[in-house]
Design a protein. Structure first.
Length: 293
């Protein structure tokens, strides 16, 4: 089965499960009076939205290239990952505003119901994490979906601990404190995804690749006198592209052989398999206005 099909199947299972968890935690939060549980329900709602977007992203990004979209739709993966991360922040802001309102007037809480619903939510999140665990490193989209569930599981643990502590200490204000903690955790979990997505959109050099090392590797290959106009970027979290101009050594030039050496070195050392290489006898870019420096 194709990787995208496997990802979609796993996401489908977790969507159904998290819809049930969200409804249960929302109703539980309403009837128990727990803001922490309502906060966790809000986080779970963002999970559902995230998973639906991830599912759509996996479906669209697998489409073949067209005449108008020669790269295909692979960057949709990054777009959905960015939306997912921003939705996390939106949920965090809502939780903080709700917590601020309750600081001066904390409400009574049904601890038994709060504890039962939080425990059910934890079990559902743990199961969802296990489903997506092996796919979380496939791409940024799957990583964003996984992080939603991972941090929601931590939120559920926090809610359970809050219920236990309030039961013995009667510190109802702790429900508000934990809600703020969940919100901060949500902000933190979304930051890394937002940073990486924007970096890819800006066509930055992938973080795992050293541009200078890449330049040295190419320049030291037989038949290569020098290299310039090197550009390295990604269209998604998995595929890296490189373009460069090569000044060949003096004498007879076998361009196919030089290109093959470069491609082999880039694949073995940096995992770069998509290249565009221009071979020159001299550095025509030194005076050419149409060349990028």
């Amino acid at each position: 089965m194709h990787e995208h099909e496997i990802n979609c199947k796993k996401i489908g299972w977790t969507i159904g499960l998290n819809v049930v968890i969200t409804v249960a935690e929302y109703l539980g939060g309403i009837f128990s009076g727990s803001l922490a549980l309502l906060s966790d329900a809000g986080h779970n709602l963002s999970d559902v939205i995230s998973l639906i977007l991830s599912y759509i992203g996996e479906k669209i990004s697998d489409r073949k290239p067209t005449e108008k979209h020669s790269f295909g739709f692979k960057r949709v993966e990054i777009f959905t990952a960015l939306i997912n991360a921003l939705s996390l922040w939106a949920i965090g802001i809502i939780i903080i505003f709700g917590a601020i309102k309750r600081i001066n007037s904390p409400e009574s809480i049904s601890l038994g119901l709060m504890l039962i619903i939080a425990f059910i939510g934890l079990l559902g999140n743990v199961f969802s994490i296990m489903v997506l665990n092996k796919s979380k490193d496939n791409n940024l989209n799957m990583k964003a979906a996984y992080l939603h569930l991972f941090y929601d599981a931590i939120s559920s643990v926090a809610v359970i601990m809050t219920a236990v502590i309030i039961y013995f200490s009667h510190w109802i204000i702790l429900d508000v404190v934990v809600s703020i903690f969940i919100a901060v955790m949500i902000f933190w979990s979304g930051f890394g995804i937002i940073k990486q997505a924007i970096h890819i959109f800006m066509q930055g050099v992938p973080e795992h690749i050293d541009l200078e090392e890449c330049y040295k590797t190419i320049s030291n290959l037989p038949g290569v006198k020098s290299a310039h106009s090197i550009h390295i970027w990604s269209i998604n979290s998995a595929e890296t592209f490189l373009s460069c101009h090569i000044c060949a050594e003096n004498g007879e030039i076998n361009t196919d052989e030089i290109i093959q050496r470069i491609n082999t070195a880039l694949d073995e050392n940096f995992g770069i398999t998509h290249t565009t290489i221009q071979i020159e006898k001299n550095n025509i870019c030194a005076t050419g206005k149409l060349c990028s420096k």
